[in-house]
Design a protein around this ligand. Structure first.
Ligand SMILES: [Zn+2]
Ligand SMILES: [Zn+2]
Length: 247
């Protein structure tokens, strides 16, 4: 299986204090990494060092294309509670192109496997999110099969997060492998994300590619494999924006 992976849906700018690059840096880096389209997804406002909520609303001012690279307006929101609520209101959510969400300990302290699974299932079923970030995180054990089945049912992508294998969540490879194997079995969509906190990591998918290659996960079920596959996925969520971009 060959993967194109020309879209990166998970990047942070220096608007999140523990990240270090600007939108311009990402645009400059994109062609070097084979990235045609990327999403700016800074941390949702409940994280300690997240930008103010206006940061997200005002991303409407981004051009759709800069130097031939497409830019999506996004967020990596936080799962807040067992009901699967996230930390942005509908009025903000509806201005954005893509909504990522995930567990982050400062907002949702890791609980037992049943509670973590319940919260994640509820957020997937909420209809408000498009990608669940780093579901293989060892700090947040989940019933993987139950989550993958729910994701398949709701057509919500589970992320294979490349940076987890490098820096932040070591030890999650076996969880992620199981997620990818079951996603193939149940036909759940995956998203491959760099989770770049600096521009040099944009489009860095090396470890994630090893993993999906091991599983032989079908390229056509990866929502960010091509620009077209991403726009087709978003269209299933009522976000019909392909015509706004000049590819
Ligand atoms: Zn995250
Ligand atoms: Zn992130």
């Amino acid at each position: 299986m060959t993967y194109r992976l020309e879209v990166d849906l998970h990047t942070h700018t220096l608007a999140s204090d523990h990240a270090y690059s600007t939108i311009h840096d990402y645009v400059r880096q994109a062609p070097k990494q084979g990235i045609r389209l990327f999403a700016n997804t800074d941390h949702g406002p409940d994280m300690e060092d997240a930008p103010h909520v206006w940061h997200f609303v005002n991303s409407l001012t981004f051009p759709r294309m800069a130097d031939g690279v497409g830019i999506l307006r996004g967020i990596e929101s936080n799962i807040k509670d067992l009901d699967g609520n996230i930390d942005i209101e509908e009025s903000v959510r509806s201005t954005l192109d893509i909504i990522l969400t995930g567990f982050h300990p400062p907002v949702f302290a890791p609980r037992d496997i049943d509670a973590n699974t319940l919260a994640m299932k509820n957020v997937i079923k909420s209809g408000k999110v498009h990608v669940v970030t780093h579901p293989g995180n060892v700090r947040f054990p989940i019933h993987i099969e139950e989550i993958v089945k729910t994701a398949a049912q709701e057509n919500v992508a589970l992320e294979i997060n490349n940076s987890s294998f490098l820096f932040s969540r070591k030890g999650c490879y076996s969880n992620c492998l199981k997620i990818a194997q079951l996603a193939k079995k149940y036909d759940a969509p995956l998203s491959i994300g760099s989770d770049a906190h600096n521009a040099w990591d944009l489009g860095r998918f090396d470890k994630a590619i090893e993993l999906i290659t091991e599983v032989d996960y079908p390229a056509e079920r990866i929502i960010n494999n091509t620009v077209e596959s991403l726009f087709a996925y978003l269209a299933t969520k009522g976000i019909d924006i392909a015509d706004e971009f000049d590819f």
